[in-house]
Design a protein around this ligand. Structure first.
Ligand code: NAD
Ligand code: UGA
Length: 464
């Protein structure tokens, strides 16, 4: 079959896989190919066990794979054969040299640009889907402009706003699709071509266009604003714990103001995930680079509050359990950075587990989807760690439960049954405020939510 458009995506990760599956699903007359330098990842995309767990993804892959969606390893050949190329490679925080610990490591993006340059034999539209520092497109353009002969490249910015766990719903009904381009004749033509693809299923008023730098910067700013809300509510949760106010009640009252809005006001153990911290630090680096130190400091404080929240949570476990965790068994319920994903990148659970191990606690980790990743994350950590998927078996014989991920299944656990199997006095530290605290207290637990008064049988428990 002859396809109307041939689309390639370089990078078959959490973004590349799901976003291209959605394009293939919505545009049956387009041929969509996804490539990656990691051949095992491509094999997994071609197998029954996809490398990414995302509700609804399996069904869409089943409907499109080998029809108009392909996962391939021959990157060079695919670059030759496709006209529209999305770049969705990883952009981690730099760990070396100038900007180490803050700036984005752009080596994977740059390598991709050079590969495109080397193997292209016809004009291409190259689309930044990865999250990048503002002005990256300039570097891309400069590399691609060194093409010999008549091959021309147009670089667009089309940042991805999906969240893990809800990726398929976000991709199907996005709040907006943002497309940035140069405002030249060829830039506007390329922009229109990409608008046409999204217009197959996204209402016109939700497809917004801008200059290329606004588009690149908007993605960093969107993540910074979202993370800032989480840090804002978490900072207030600390004050609630000192004053007997209840963070859920405060969040509801504040969020009902339509100017504030109710989303992203759930207090917890801090944000995780591969992007919030990385993208804010990238913004901080950019501000410092342009001499805007006050602005950099302002945004850096969002990350500092996030670390503070995780420290507070572990200090509370230690203080409440009589200031010693040595030899005690703590069951961690949930290791992924949020519900409905197996992703553990930058999960607060990694940091909290390490803190507990440093206190010589024994840690039992339970999670419905993230145990494989948890074992990789903690492979070099010393201490007693076990991995048990079934929450009832995991909790049995433990002194405390720490709920670290908001998985729906934890709301519905039979806490009476769990209580019976635990060492007494038994503790629950609800890092996500998802269970019925009063009910658990009545069963016999000492219960410590976030930003609400503890329900404990011990007075002055943390004053030693
Ligand atoms: P990921 O690590 O899951 O996937 C990136 C993939 O790119 C990897 O499989 C890697 O092997 C591949 N790759 C790297 N260099 C390559 C090359 N030269 N040729 C071919 N493949 C190459 O990362 P991700 O979570 O999909 O994120 C990708 C980008 O999207 C990042 O910039 C991220 O900030 C952004 N983003 C992520 C999310 C998310 O929810 N994960 C959401 C929006 C935006
Ligand atoms: C986030 C953004 O929501 C996406 O728009 C963006 O595309 C993506 O980052 C990205 O660039 O990678 P994601 O990290 O997948 O998506 O998940 P979120 O739902 O944003 O949650 C991030 C973290 O904040 C999680 O650890 C979550 O538990 C925490 N969170 C979120 C809270 O603690 N409280 C809240 O009210 C909301």
């Amino acid at each position: 079959m002859k396809f109307k458009k041939n689309i390639l995506c370089i990078g078959a990760g959490y973004v590349g896989g799901p976003s291209m599956a959605m394009i293939a699903y919505k545009c049956p007359d387009c041929r969509v190919t996804v490539v990656d330098i990691n051949p095992a990842r491509i094999d997994a995309w071609n197998s029954a066990e996809l490398p990414v767990y995302e509700p609804g993804l399996d069904e869409i892959i089943k409907k499109t794979r080998s029809k108009n969606l392909f996962f391939a390893k021959d990157i060079e050949n695919q670059i030759k054969e496709n006209d529209i190329i999305f770049v969705s490679v990883n952009t981690p925080t730099k760990t070396f040299g100038a900007g180490a610990g803050k700036a984005a490591d752009l080596q994977f993006v740059e390598k991709t640009a050079r590969q495109i340059l080397e193997h292209s034999q016809s004009p291409k539209i190259v689309i930044e889907k990865s999250t990048l520092p503002v002005k990256t497109a300039l570097a891309m353009e400069r590399i691609l402009a060194s093409a010999k002969g008549k091959i021309t490249f147009e670089v667009l910015s089309n940042p991805e706003f999906m969240a893990e766990g809800t990726a398929m719903a976000d991709l199907e009904k996005p709040d907006r699709v943002l497309i940035g381009s140069r405002e030249t004749q060829s830039g506007l033509k390329a922009r229109a071509e990409l608008v046409d693809i999204y217009a197959r299923w996204v209402p016109a008023e939700k497809i917004i266009t801008s200059n290329i730098w606004s588009s690149e910067l908007s993605k960093l700013v969107a993540n910074a604003f979202l993370a800032q809300r989480v840090s804002s509510i978490n900072s207030i949760s600390a004050l609630c714990e000192k004053t007997d106010a209840d963070i859920s009640e405060v969040a509801r009252a504040v969020g009902m103001d339509s100017r504030v809005g109710s989303k992203f006001l759930k207090a917890g153990i801090g944000f995780g995930g591969s992007c919030f911290k990385k993208d804010i630090l990238n913004l901080v680096y950019l501000c410092s680079y342009y001499g805007l130190q006050e602005v950099a400091d302002y945004w850096e404080s969002v990350v500092k509050i996030n670390e503070y929240q995780q420290d507070r949570f572990t200090a509370n476990i230690l203080g409440s359990m009589f200031n010693t965790l040595a030899g005690k068994k703590i069951c961690i319920l949930g290791f992924s950075f949020k519900a409905d994903t197996g992703d553990t990148r930058e999960s607060p659970a990694i940091y909290i587990t390490r803190k507990l191990l440093a206190e010589h606690a024994q840690v039992v980790i339970s999670d419905p989807k993230a145990l494989k990743n948890a074992a990789i994350d903690l492979a070099s950590d010393k201490g007693k760690i076990s991995y048990i998927e079934d929450p009832y078996s995991a909790a049995s014989g433990c002194h405390a439960l720490a709920i670290l991920t908001d998985w729906e299944l934890y709301r519905k656990l039979d806490f009476r049954k769990i209580y019976k199997s635990m060492v007494k006095p038994a503790f629950i530290f609800d890092g996500r405020n998802i269970i019925d605290h009063k009910k658990c207290f009545d069963i016999g637990f000492n219960v410590y939510p976030i930003g609400k008064p503890a329900l404990s049988r011990f007075e002055d428990q943390s004053s030693v």
